[in-house]
Design a binder for this molecule. Sequence first.
Ligand code: ADP
Ligand code: MG
Length: 398
Amino acid sequence: MDIHEYQAKEVLSNFGVTVPDGALAYSPEQAAYRAREMGGERWVVKAQVHAGGRGKAGGVKVCDSDAAIQEATEGMFGKKLVTHQTGPEGKGIYRVYVEAAVPIDREIYLGFVLDRTTQRVMIVASAEGGMEIEDISANRPDSIVRATVEPAVGLREFQCRQIAFKLGVEATLVQQMVRTLQGCYRAFTELDATMVEVNPLVITSDNRVIALDAKMTFDDNALFRHPQISELRDKSQEDPRESRAADRGLSYVGLEGNIGCIVNGAGLAMATMDTIKLAGGEPANFLDIGGGATPERVAKAFRLVLSDKNVQAILVNIFAGINRCDWVAEGVIQALKEVQVDVPVVVRLAGNNVEAGQKILAQSGLPIIRATTLQEAAERTVGAWQSDASQTTLKAVS
Ligand code: ADP
Ligand code: MG
């Protein structure tokens, strides 16, 4: 789960990281009022969306009067911000953060990620802050400083000092760097984050080390341990298909293609998507119904996939170990009877109670296409979708 910049800043400041003064606003008037309340002469208004690259896309504006704040935020509220991280559809702006403008002397990149190769939290830093990490690694790979943290002892001060020196931070500011690095690391581990990014971390002309931007991503599977974090969820920033699935306890990933996939287990889902591609199709989603799925759960999954307008064919691929093929078959039938389905549905069942499942499908009288192997299932789905699509085109032409 991602959170907004202002939320990440609040989280990090609770762990001792210094952030600028700022306040949240839900309207242009409120934004101007917030700035007056805060005082000062220059402010930065920042669109709160779950994506980076806002500065270049017009989502970060420096203002020096009430009127400028109103004007800048009027151009933001209710609009979609399209940055290189949002995809072409963009993300809606419903909140704006008004922040005191900080006199920047230097911008540093600072990121904490989970490195699966070393199985450690890895710190990635660069003296080339402000740029996105992808650009830094493409243009200035030599500027990147990396360090991994030994989990048994945590992030030690000497390591932080080493990083600070490698970044060329002045000796008088090293203690502030240590505090920032340790604060981010503690927030990362104690809150089960998978990513903390401060870009830029700035050194101001009056010698302060400040996190000017902050991004945090959390491990969804650990959110139950941190109710104060799960409360920060903002569904307006998520793919509506994915949040609807999460609310129903299903794991769903929306994709760009048009073949809906209902599968059990992430490994099988990956294999299914590969096979669909091999057969010439493009998956519209990745939906994992998990183990021990009841007919109701299967029906729920089915309705969810059907609600996606891009879906033009559905492939149900179940390898039942803990699951039962007969329950899956019942779920499919339940859903098909309730919802008007005008796309081809292919079902491939294997494993536990497969004969009973096949029988239920065969006796249902519903136009379900059955398949025995995964390859056959994928080919039939893509074939059925293609002939369906050509019929639609013919209808449109005639
Ligand atoms: P994004 O990464 O989404 O573009 P940032 O928060 O990093 O958004 O802002 C982009 C740039 O705007 C920063 O690199 C910094 O130069 C400037 N900026 C952001 N916040 C402030 C601030 N409070 N004071 C001064 N400059 C700022
Ligand atoms: Mg940034």
